[in-house]
Design a protein around this ligand. Structure first.
Ligand code: ATP
Ligand code: MG
Length: 584
């Protein structure tokens, strides 16, 4: 599509990137070497994520290093050193143990980004229990479903959320043993308890029980973009991937200040909003507030953030805002920007380079993969619109499902399903209570991701679309991303969602839903102009034939465009599971 590659001059990097020669790093990489770099539990008692993330640092030179700085939405600031985190998460583990919560038991959290959530996550892992974060904006029914399907025994939440959403569910959830309220001074009943009261008397030292690397650690529900969310099971061994991606993708160095904007209700907010930066012993920023362009730039400036991990939806919102970031804010500390969750339009990568002074590094992964799998690295050429190249230790391929349960490799530049050689440390070990669906994800030694992609001759991977979203029109297979990215090149367009609408002669016609930037109006003239623009860039077979202007696109709470809803609404069909819909 005519975007020039962005090349990096390592000599001008403020710190030297960990990976400078991709091929050499991949060739010399082994997961066993990574395992040796981690501490492991004392006395050979196994591997526990919380020990790698907190306790080993608290017992050593990083004890007084700032681990987390929490920025409250009303201006409060709370700092936690590694020593503080170790002590407070131990208290939480002691609370669980005192309540008889065992290894393998599921501990859910339903809260905004408050400090207690982070302490609960780490304390749960220390106790060998399984942490399952829920997004605080879920309504009662999605919460009930997930607690039931995940066999939740404990729920950590706030008084407000309890009263609004949980109290009404209690008698439908017999296995839910205790609710712990983060901000109640007194217990409400024998099973709804004050967490501060319990924490005040709980022991602040805690010995992590022996933990097998294959013990279940985290349960994450997928985003529900394509249907009913699935519960992906992850084990403690996943920390090897968190560590490796922290080094090679996020390029953490000891003095880094890292900000991951994702909510822990989604896998990014746990793998990278909690675990990876702590495993590297660096400082994380946590902002309690929701997106606000000015606030975000101010945080980057004031906290001197060096590495920033965000999402395409946020980048697109920043692109829309009438702010000149480098004129209004000092972003000089910032060294690397990463994005995940949806395809990152080439326009956005280049906007970063021009407006923030740094290109945005797209990376690809899923709830099921537990960590970043394909990425644009600090020192490697960026081909705008490409997801980048596989992580060292990860074998990725584009395949077609072929007879006898196997797969065959697609050729260079051919579309096919993105597959990963199964068996990396953070690979999900199951969909909870859905063994059959899990089995169906694997064939011929590969995990099949359900995403379509293409690999160019030099080994860069390009996202084509989710298998469910592909449009078949007049003998062509069209990925919505390609069409959306072109529409976004048009100056008035802020966002685009593209679907196929059934049509008897050509199969499907390409239809685009467009959100305009502030100050533009969706007139008939603009609509025709955009149709013409699409044709000139994409050719008439692929260009949208119909264009509709909307005020907003339906999105998941994690910011992904829900094309299946655009389609269901267009066709007057049932909307299916909308538990993760932003405005639900
Ligand atoms: P569900 O599986 O419930 O439909 P989901 O797939 O959106 O929801 P997640 O695991 O949160 O749930 O998202 C992973 C998916 O997001 C990927 O399979 C891919 O479709 C998309 N994705 C993530 N990162 C990228 C990226 N960099 N480029 C393109 N797509 C991406
Ligand atoms: Mg998925």
């Amino acid at each position: 599509m005519g975007w020039n590659p962005i090349r990096k001059d390592v000599a001008v990097f403020p710190v030297s990137p960990h990976m400078q020669d991709y091929e050499a790093t991949c060739a010399g990489f082994s997961w066993e070497d990574v395992r040796r770099e981690l501490a492991g539990l004392p006395g050979g008692a196994g591997l526990n994520i919380a020990h790698e993330a907190v306790d080993r640092h608290a017992a050593g030179a990083l004890r007084d290093r700032l681990a987390m700085r929490w920025l409250g939405k009303n201006g409060a600031v709370r700092d936690f050193t590694y020593g503080d985190l170790a002590r407070e998460s131990s208290r939480f583990a002691s609370v669980l143990k005192g309540l008889g919560i065992a290894q393998g038991d599921r501990v859910f959290a339903l809260a905004g980004r408050i400090p207690e959530l982070y302490l609960a996550a780490l304390g749960t892992l220390k106790n060998g229990s399984v942490f399952c974060p829920l997004f605080s904006a879920f309504g009662p029914e999605p919460i009930r479903q997930r607690l039931e399907r995940g066999d939740g025994r404990v729920l950590v939440t706030t008084v407000r959320l309890y009263e609004k959403k949980i109290a009404q569910l209690l008698n439908t959830l017999p296995q839910l043993n205790r609710v712990l309220l983060t901000d109640a001074a007194e217990d409400l009943s024998d099973s709804v308890l004050s967490l501060p009261r319990l924490m005040a008397t709980a022991a602040s030292d805690f010995t992590i029980p022996p933990t097998d690397p294959e013990d279940m650690a985290l349960l994450h529900f997928t985003s529900g973009t394509t249907g009913m969310p699935k519960g992906a099971v992850h084990v403690h061994d996943a920390v090897l991937t968190h560590f490796t991606t922290g080094r090679y993708v996020l390029d953490f160095h000891p003095d880094d200040i890292f900000w991951c904007t994702a909510d822990p209700g989604w896998v990014t907010g746990t793998s990278y909003g909690i675990i990876a930066p702590l495993v590297h012993g660096i400082t994380s920023i946590i902002d309690e507030a929701d997106f606000d362009a000015e606030r975000w730039y101010r945080i980057l400036e004031k906290q001197r953030v060096t590495v920033w991990y965000t999402a395409p939806t946020a980048v697109r919102m920043l692109m829309r805002a009438a702010i000149e970031p480098r004129r209004q804010f000092d972003l000089s500390a910032l060294r690397l920007i990463h994005s995940v969750g949806e395809p990152l339009n080439p326009e956005a990568v280049v906007w970063g380079a021009q407006t923030l002074g740094l290109p945005i590094h797209d990376n690809w992964w899923q709830t099921e993969t537990g960590g970043i799998m394909i990425a644009n690295y600090a020192a490697l050429e960026i081909r705008p619109g490409s997801m980048g190249r596989p992580l060292p230790g990860i074998e990725a391929a584009v395949v077609r499902r072929g007879g006898e349960g196997g797969v065959e490799l697609a050729g260079t530049d051919e579309d096919g399903e993105l597959a990963l050689r199964s068996g990396w440390p953070s690979m999900f070990r199951g969909y909870l209570h859905d063994e059959e669906r899990y089995r169906k994800c694997f064939a011929g030694g590969w995990y099949l991701t359900g995403d379509l992609a293409r690999r160019d001759r030099d080994g860069w991977f390009w996202f084509v679309g989710r298998a469910d979203d592909i449009i078949k029109t007049a003998g062509h297979m069209v990925g919505p991303f390609e069409v959306e990215s072109v529409l976004m090149e048009y100056p008035a367009v802020a966002e685009a969602g593209v679907i196929g609408v059934p049509e008897p002669i050509i199969g499907e016609i390409v239809k685009a839903f467009i959100v305009l930037k502030d100050g533009f109006e969706g007139t008939e003239a603009l609509r025709l102009e955009l149709i013409g623009f699409g044709r000139s860039k994409l050719g008439s077979a692929v260009a949208p034939k119909e264009i509709v202007f909307l005020d907003t696109l339906p999105k998941t709470r994690s910011g992904k465009i829900m094309r299946r809803l655009l389609k269901a609404r267009e066709l007057g069909l049932p909307e299916g599971d909308t538990s993760t819909l932003e405005s639900a």
